[in-house]
Design a protein around this ligand. Structure first.
Ligand code: UGA
Length: 436
């Protein structure tokens, strides 16, 4: 008999997981406390932007296998329950806030049937799964708990869920592994590596992976700083070191650094947890990774001041990009938006454009100016900042927009624009980590 699944928490991760599991043929119920989100999903619409997921969701809703509700008792028929709620940074420190994870497990506990398996997918501090499993042993001894970290990237959510580069399961016994193998059977079938781990290791795999990615980005941004000081070019350096397969060429794109709902808060929560465990020193380097990352934002602001003036009050700056990366409408800890807000706080008039992120950005920073059309944002600008590498920005013809702006100065915060093209059209072109 095919397993029935529940997905608890229908945000980015949960909505993706629910739709993808339904597409594998499972009956899936998604539960969430937010009635607006649930209503949208139930009508086949996504509450956020993610390429390909809108179509998949609409298609799966039509099959009748997938449903969404705010009624948590709806999980009672499910054999496997995926916990996909958020673990944001706490308001008063670096640690992760586990309120939602704890409450999700506690809320479903009374509804769990005999033999049910609760599977955490949220990113949590090591030790959380074991503690939750012990809790569950008291409140719902008929059920078990496993951990199955998620590695999906925004912008590639469907692809990363259905064709991941590995599946990691943290389990306390063979039965939990067997159930998870049954769930992922179609994914395993095309050769996805399967890694069985104990509970703490599975939690650590996730934060270790994100820490490594953050380290790669900050490493290349540190090299960018040195290139600027020494007269080098970080893009050439990255290309050259990237040919060494031990280093690899991915995640070496120098620029304004990493943001989003994962990398920044995960490295901070990891440091906080290591300190609790008495292993603070082991992760001290992550503090530097964080500092390099935040410095990249400041360096852009320094270049702006160098180009315009220390006093920015008379200047209009056009910002291209608000989201933390392209193909997403996520503005959580977005370096682009942070830079825009800092420039505005320094007195500049800042006009922001983004293909998908204007509404979420406006919610966070209502005082910034926003324009839906790129050319409107560029009008009379004293300087353009390219801060999120949406494809459409690479298609801008610098000659065609020359007459719109007040002065032809652009700073490429992502090292993605064709500087020869811009310079040919008479623009002063700066890029982070490139001195010529
Ligand atoms: C990240 C991880 O890549 C996923 O594997 C993980 O599942 C996810 O976090 C999570 O924990 O849920 P995501 O937040 O979607 O995924 O974003 P990334 O693609 O990792 O990019 C993060 C940031 O790094 C972006 O702001 C991006 O612009 C920046 N970045 C990335 C660079 O500045 N340079 C690079 O070379 C690559």
């Amino acid at each position: 008999m095919t397993l029935t699944l529940s997905v608890v928490g229908c945000g980015y991760l949960g909505a993706t997981h629910a739709a993808c599991m339904s597409s594998l043929g499972f009956t899936v119920v998604g539960v969430d406390t937010d009635p607006e989100k649930v209503a949208l999903l139930q009508s086949g619409k996504l509450p956020f932007y993610e390429p390909g997921l809108d179509t998949l969701l609409a298609q799966e809703m039509k099959t009748g296998r997938l449903s969404f509700t705010t009624d948590f008792s709806a999980v009672k028929n499910a054999d496997v329950h995926f916990v996909c709620v958020g673990t944001p940074q706490s308001k008063d420190g670096l640690a992760a806030d586990l309120t939602y994870v704890k409450s999700a497990v506690a809320t479903i506990a009374p509804h769990l049937k005999d033999g049910a398996l609760v599977v955490g997918k949220s990113t949590v501090p090591v030790g959380t799964a074991q503690a939750l499993r012990a809790e569950l042993a008291k409140s719902a001894p008929q059920a078990d708990l496993a951990w199955n970290p998620e590695f999906l990237r925004e912008g590639f959510a469907v692809e990363d869920t259905l064709t991941p580069n590995r599946l990691v399961v943290g389990v306390a016994n063979d039965r939990a592994e067997e159930i998870l193998k049954e769930v992922y059977e179609p994914v395993i079938a095309f050769g996805t590596p399967w890694i069985r781990a104990d509970l703490p290791t599975s939690e650590l795999v996730k934060v270790a992976a994100n820490s490594f990615l953050a380290t790669k980005i900050s490493f290349i941004n540190a090299m960018a700083e040195v290139c600027e000081a020494a007269g080098g070019d970080v893009t050439v350096l990255a290309k050259a070191i990237g040919y060494d397969p031990r280093i690899g060429n991915r995640f070496l794109q120098a620029g304004i650094g990493f943001g989003g709902g994962c990398l920044p808060k995960d490295i901070r929560a990891f440091m906080a947890r290591a300190e609790e465990l008495g292993a603070k020193q082991a992760l001290e380097f992550l503090r530097e990774i964080d500092a390099i990352n935040l410095r990249a934002r400041q360096r852009v602001i320094d270049v702006v001041r160098g180009e315009l003036s220390q006093d920015l009050t008379q200047y209009k700056i056009a910002v291209l990009g608000a989201t933390f990366k392209p193909d997403s409408d996520d503005v959580r800890d977005s370096p682009a938006l942070d830079i825009a807000a800092q420039l505005q706080a320094a007195g500049a008039t800042v006009v922001v454009h983004d293909p998908q992120g204007i509404e979420p950005a406006r919610k966070r920073f209502p005082n910034l100016q926003y324009q839906e059309v790129v050319t409107d944002a560029l009008k009379d600008a004293d300087l353009i900042l390219h801060l999120t590498e949406w494809k459409e920005y690479r298609q801008i013809d610098p000659a065609a927009i020359s007459s719109l702006v007040k002065s032809k100065i652009i700073i490429d915060g992502r090292n993605m624009l064709d500087r020869t093209l811009w310079r040919k059209a008479g623009w002063k072109f700066h890029a982070l980590g490139r001195t010529d």
